[in-house]
Write a protein that binds this ligand. Structure first.
Ligand code: MN
Length: 312
């Protein structure tokens, strides 16, 4: 008997690749999908008891070089792929791409969970990603996805799939922030989004801080998602990102914290963005990305269970 037959309740994870760096300053995140395909990601998730495999890999239409125009048609494509995956009963694991992919990912999750209630989102990031085209200093889309999902910004993004906010401020928590402009901080404050920055995490400890963050997103009736911008990690652990910011989370501490998510049935989707293989050193960012995904999807604690099944 195969292990799959012995354990028909294995959680199904479909990995969706977003092969794009059009939203960032450094297009290097376009290499993330191929970098993670050539990693231990799938074997690690399977070894942890999950039915994990790659699904669709999406890439933007190369006909246009204007990022706003490109993203206007690409974000709904990401959203539809995520929606199809979630509606088929699998947990989507979206591998960015620069973090502008989140506009599509969480619009798709919103659509898939429509009948269940609003979805919470834990946004783990060094930055707030909460600019609008009016406040942005750079015009880069990877600085705008959270504002867009909250219903603020370019209509092309706020109206992805449907013209409505995809997230409610009371169900969103930003975790690990330490580098941002006053305008985006002001937007989140005005909306009432809880931001747990690095100063606070250092003062209170990651465990107490993460407990609060998880309680906020878990309160959403439609389940919750987690998006990890790898620049949330300290550059010592994650040099392979486009926009590193000193003073971040240590990888081991975040992997431990995310184990709570993995042990929970409420996770509806996971996203890991901003891996930039060209800036990585000896693959350490990639290794930590795999460990974060395994922990958040609950692929770490099933080793013992598998041994018991085999013995039985
Ligand atoms: Mn980000």
């Amino acid at each position: 008997m195969t292990r799959a037959a012995a354990n028909p309740c294995r959680k199904s994870v479909r990995i969706l690749g977003v092969r794009s760096g059009i939203g960032g300053r450094d297009p290097g995140a376009v290499g993330a999908v191929d970098g993670l395909m050539n990693s231990t990601l799938v074997t690690r998730l399977r070894a942890g008891g999950l039915d994990a495999r790659w699904g669709e890999v999406l890439q933007p239409d190369t006909g246009s070089t204007e990022p706003f125009a490109t993203m206007t048609s690409f974000a709904p494509q990401i959203a539809q792929a995520v929606r199809r995956t979630a509606e088929a009963g699998a947990t989507p694991l979206v591998i960015g791409g620069d973090h502008s992919c989140a506009i599509g990912t969480w619009s798709g999750v919103h659509a898939a969970r429509r009948g269940h209630g609003p979805v919470g989102l834990l946004w783990i990031d060094a930055h707030l990603d909460s600019h609008t085209p009016e406040t942005s200093h750079t015009g880069l889309i990877y600085g705008m996805p959270l504002a867009s999902l909250l219903g603020h910004g370019a209509p092309a993004f706020t109206d992805c799939l449907t013209p409505e906010p995809k997230l409610r401020p009371e169900h969103v928590c930003v975790f690990g922030a330490r580098s941002y402009e006053p305008e985006e901080r002001a937007l989140l404050e005005r909306l009432g989004v809880r931001v747990i920055g690095m100063n606070e995490i250092e003062r209170r400890g990651i465990e107490a801080s993460f407990d609060e963050a998880l309680a906020i997103v878990r309160a959403a009736a439609g389940g919750y998602g987690v998006t990890v911008d790898l620049d949330a990690l300290d550059p010592r652990d994650a040099p392979g990102v486009g926009t590193p910011a000193p003073g971040g989370l240590r990888a081991g501490a975040l992997v431990s914290a995310l184990a709570q998510v993995g042990a929970d049935a409420g996770l509806v989707a996971l996203e890991i963005a901003e891996y930039n293989p060209g800036r990585d050193r000896r693959g350490i960012t990639r290794q930590h990305a795999v460990a974060l995904a395994a922990s958040a999807l609950g692929a770490t604690k099933s080793e013992a269970r598998r041994r018991i099944v085999r013995v039985a």
